[in-house]
Design a protein around this ligand. Sequence first.
Ligand code: ATP
Length: 426
Amino acid sequence: MPNVAALMERTLKSPFLDFVKEVGSEAAAKLAHSVQGVYLVGGQVRDLLLERHVYDIDLMVAGDARKLAAHLAQHRGGQVLAATVFGTVKLEVPGLSADIAMARRESYERPGALPRVEKGDPKEDLARRDYTINAMAIDLWPGRFGTLFDFYGGMRDITLKRLRVLHEQSFADDPTRILRGLRYEARLGFQFETRTAGLLTRDMHHLEAVSGPRIRSEVMRILREPTRAAALSRAEDLGVLAAIHPALRVPKRVAEAMAASAEGTEDLPYFVALMGAALTEEEARAVAARLDPPREWTELLLAGPSYRAISRLLEKPDLKPSEIVEVLSPFPTDALRAQLAVAPPTLQRERLNLYLSELRAVRQACTGDDLIAAGVPAGPLVGELLDELRRARLDGLLHSKIEEEAMVKRRLPILLARQGGEAGRS
Ligand code: ATP
């Protein structure tokens, strides 16, 4: 078995390197009765072998993971956060955080269901993983430090830049691995190896059985990556999106807009809005029902078709700025940014741009209190007059607070008389 200690010395920055060295020596010296092995595992091993930066630490423990976490927290002056699912604990020590989990094995009762989890050994723990490149471990025990456990040819697949599942049933057991794979493919510039690609096609229909929140969480992870557009386009081309729901689509112009956004930007609401930008209302509702998202997502998805329903109003040549605001202000800003990215180069686009860059921020100078001080009775009239002032500002009819106050003085008797008339009639 190869030893990658020298690579670790070269690639891992402080404080990660000191930490991984110390974990094994502390466990061996102080906890040898309850911990038999500690391994760096999963994505960090992959990134280390790719000489990519490692940000977090995932540890697999043969033995008592909680005891090890508690000991390290005490030793390093950190804290153990509440145990998450399946008894994984999160350790936070100055400068880094680490997920620490006992080695476990998993079995699946039906496709798309959550696995049954039991205590296992390190080899079984690697056997439950998604791709060979994520199924390697590095021994951190003193005397064995740096030994690479690679039972499935992960290192070879890293060299060949390919994604390979560990067994025939992998995608059927957990179809979300398909979405994970698309994310890695785009991020790392890897490709599904031929047999894995065949299994993906064979088994992607199982995505239908996966719950909305699980799918959404993977989609969200894709959207957070700079290479989101490539991953989603590929998902579209392979029929993976349609397997999740036939209404879920990422057409070319949406993918292009996603690709054009600044690399690395984390702007989730905007990307969700882009996903809804080209859908019909029926499709957007179906996608929202399938993904079962928080209300904000549903609004962003549905904003696409609602916007398109009013978009022709924005093509009218003689539209005043206040009218543009009236049409666009009900929409979430992220939805309008998404529409701007996919709109045709017509008046509509110009107006979207004007609204987002200028009109949206235009306010009258007077406040409600100013109006009350000027004699406007507290009540709905205050809001009405403030709106009127804002519209007049937008349309360039007023330029200062003095002009606004003058307009209020002019309008007030008329509005009060109208109000009196309305009160008399009711
Ligand atoms: P990233 O760089 O995207 O964070 P990661 O590999 O660290 O990638 P995690 O989602 O944090 O990804 O998962 C940690 C490890 O757990 C993975 O490397 C993989 O070995 C395993 N894993 C996670 N999800 C699955 C899954 N659905 N099926 C099998 N193994 C999984």
